[in-house]
Design a protein around this ligand. Structure first.
Ligand code: NDP
Length: 246
């Protein structure tokens, strides 16, 4: 157990599956009190049971990060229950890949609203609290797609490049307030992410792809690594890919 995370209060968005689920469980294993945020309440309740069975502490707050009232009540409920917010893991995301020529505008909007605007608004809501505490850590889950653009990924690329830029700009604004930021850039991870793609051709291409993948636990470990550092150490950026991914 890493003492730095003992009793820390951590909000994890997108905690109902994949990377968010395993990150919340891993932070709880290290002694953090975790707040589980996403839309699917049943999945969040199941995870809370798992964490509590393992001796941890979890709070379920059903949240759609595209709804500003949900964001404000997530922050308020966390402070009412736990009194502070030490760590925010902005992990909620969607990846609706398609060539732009036949892209659904609703897909483009959804990616911007979840991956980018939701992350920006929740960070904005949490920041005054962290400044009042003179400490806090914001972990933003970006992607290799936040560093390298590719065909058929334009909308998703735009959101993840946006996450990287937003986080670095914020880092420069708040690092002198002892607030840390970390960008996590996973390569391929075996989760539900690609199952929401609506473009048949891209779905088929994904189904046929035989590539090495990380498990969500592999990324959770990186997030624990970054957040468990002593206060004077800021891990600004982590690019973590499966060995073998080009
Ligand atoms: P999953 O699809 O398993 O998880 C996505 C999570 O986001 C779910 O918990 C989902 O919960 C949540 N979510 C989606 N929309 C909303 C919303 N409007 N409000 C709140 N929560 C929402 O995929 P991953 O675990 O892979 O994805 C997690 C993050 O990792 C994403 O940001 C993704 O871009 C990033 N990433 C993933 C990679 C991969 O290969 N898997 C690679 C690089 C980055 P619910 O539906 O219950 O709301």
């Amino acid at each position: 157990e890493t003492w730095e995370l003992d009793d820390a209060v951590a909000i994890v968005t997108g905690a109902s599956s994949g990377i968010g689920e395993e990150t919340a469980a891993a932070l709880a294993d290290e002694g953090a009190r975790v707040v589980l945020a996403a839309r699917r309440t049943d999945e969040l309740e199941e995870l809370a049971d798992r964490i509590e069975t393992a001796g941890g502490e979890a709070l379920v707050v059903p949240t759609d990060v595209t709804v500003e009232d949900d964001i404000d009540s997530l922050v308020e409920t966390t402070v009412d229950e736990f009194g502070r917010i030490d760590i925010l893991v902005n992990n909620a995301g969607v990846m609706l890949l398609e060539p732009l020529e036949r892209a659904e505008r609703s897909n483009l909007r959804q990616m911007v609203e979840v991956n980018l605007l939701g992350l920006m608004n929740l960070t904005h809501a949490v920041l005054p609290l962290m400044q009042a505490q003179d400490a806090g850590h914001i972990v933003n889950v970006s992607s290799v797609a936040g560093r390298r653009a590719s065909a058929n990924v334009s909308g998703y690329n735009a959101t993840k490049f946006g996450v990287n830029a937003f986080t670095e700009a914020l880092r420069q604004e708040v690092t002198t307030d002892d607030i840390r930021t970390t960008v996590i850039e996973p390569g391929a991870v075996d989760t539900e992410l690609a199952t929401h793609i609506t473009d048949e051709q891209i779905l088929d291409e994904f189904a046929e792809m035989d590539m090495p993948m990380l498990s969500p636990e592999d990324i959770a470990r990186s997030i624990v690594f970054a957040t468990a550092q002593p206060q004077h150490v800021s891990v600004n950026e982590l690019l973590v890919t499966p060995t073998g991914q080009t």
